[in-house]
Design a protein around this ligand. Structure first.
Ligand code: NAD
Length: 257
């Protein structure tokens, strides 16, 4: 049995992750924590939501093998440090980390616990990233634009998935400037344009456009439902539960099939 705790248990993603966990006999939700709503009962497990401020106490008493975090960047860093200190492996789905926050998290994880960190747990998105690398290598002189769209409650912009795409494109293209949106009078240079749309209840769209003389190629991923992310996160939890310390990607999880 793999014992799992969830931070952000009452959020959009936490709720779906908890539902997904309940489908498997080898996974057991032992704790759910949130910054609001302590005392609520999580269905179908019957676990009572604990306040996020008592995370270490809850981890000590419930002894999970894995903590799955879908919160906000500032909270996730603290949650990751607490779990790593207590030897609890991690699945980190939260996005919007600064470089400093990422370094702090990585420092806490390395040598202590195993963690899967991914800004997107969708299987299709991981194929999308692979396709981008190939296209960017083949289309070195093409103009590249990254356009993402999400619901109007999303706090961080651009999305973690879009920034992961930018990293992949930069690796293939070499020295290139990243331009977030455009305004005013200026010619396009050696740059990748990144555009974030926030509207309605869009779950998550990502398009990368490669435009050259007389043609353009668009590689696009659209998430229709968050269940794709929740099932990927649960799959990552099963993967990471028995892993030796280190930081793993969703690509590692998918290759382990
Ligand atoms: N990796 C992926 O596949 C993926 C997919 C979707 C969303 N996300 C990311 O996951 C994060 C959460 O997204 P969401 O849509 O569920 O947001 P949400 O706002 O619906 O849920 C976040 C929850 O975290 C809680 N929270 C805040 N601080 C906390 C703390 N210290 N401890 C415990 N809980 C705390 C909030 O009260 C809220 O219930 C965001 O960063 C989002 O970008 C990642």
């Amino acid at each position: 049995m793999i014992k799992v705790a969830v931070t952000g248990a009452l959020g959009r993603m936490g709720t779906l992750v908890i539902q997904e966990l309940s489908k498997f006999d080898d996974l057991q939700l032992v704790a759910g924590l949130d910054a609001v709503g302590a005392g609520k009962t999580l269905q179908p497990s019957g676990v009572i939501v604990s306040d996020a401020s008592v995370l270490q106490k809850v981890l000590a008493s419930t002894k999970p093998d894995v903590l799955i975090d879908f919160t906000v960047a500032s909270a996730a860093v603290e949650n990751v440090c607490s779990a790593a200190e207590m030897g609890v492996n991690l699945v980190v789905g939260t996005t919007g980390f600064s470089q400093e926050q990422l370094s702090k998290m990585k420092g806490a994880i390395e040598g202590n616990v195993a963690a899967v960190i991914s800004p997107n747990f969708g299987v299709g998105v991981n194929v999308f990233w692979k396709l981008l690398a190939e296209a960017a290598k083949a289309l070195k002189d093409y103009d590249i634009e990254v356009i993402e769209a999400h619901h109007n409650q999303k706090k961080d912009a651009p999305s973690g998935t879009a920034m992961a795409a930018v990293d992949i494109l930069k690796k293939a293209q070499g020295e290139v400037e990243i331009i977030h949106g455009r305004e005013g009078i200026r010619l396009r240079g050696k740059e990748i344009g990144v555009h974030a749309v926030r509207a309605g209840d869009i779950v998550g769209d990502h398009t990368v456009l490669f435009a050259g003389p007389g043609e353009r190629l668009e590689i696009k991923h659209q998430a229709h439902s968050r269940t794709a992310f929740a099932s990927g996160a649960v799959r990552a939890a099963r993967y990471v539960a028995k892993k030796s310390p280190g930081i793993y990607s969703m690509a590692d999880v998918l290759e382990s099939r």
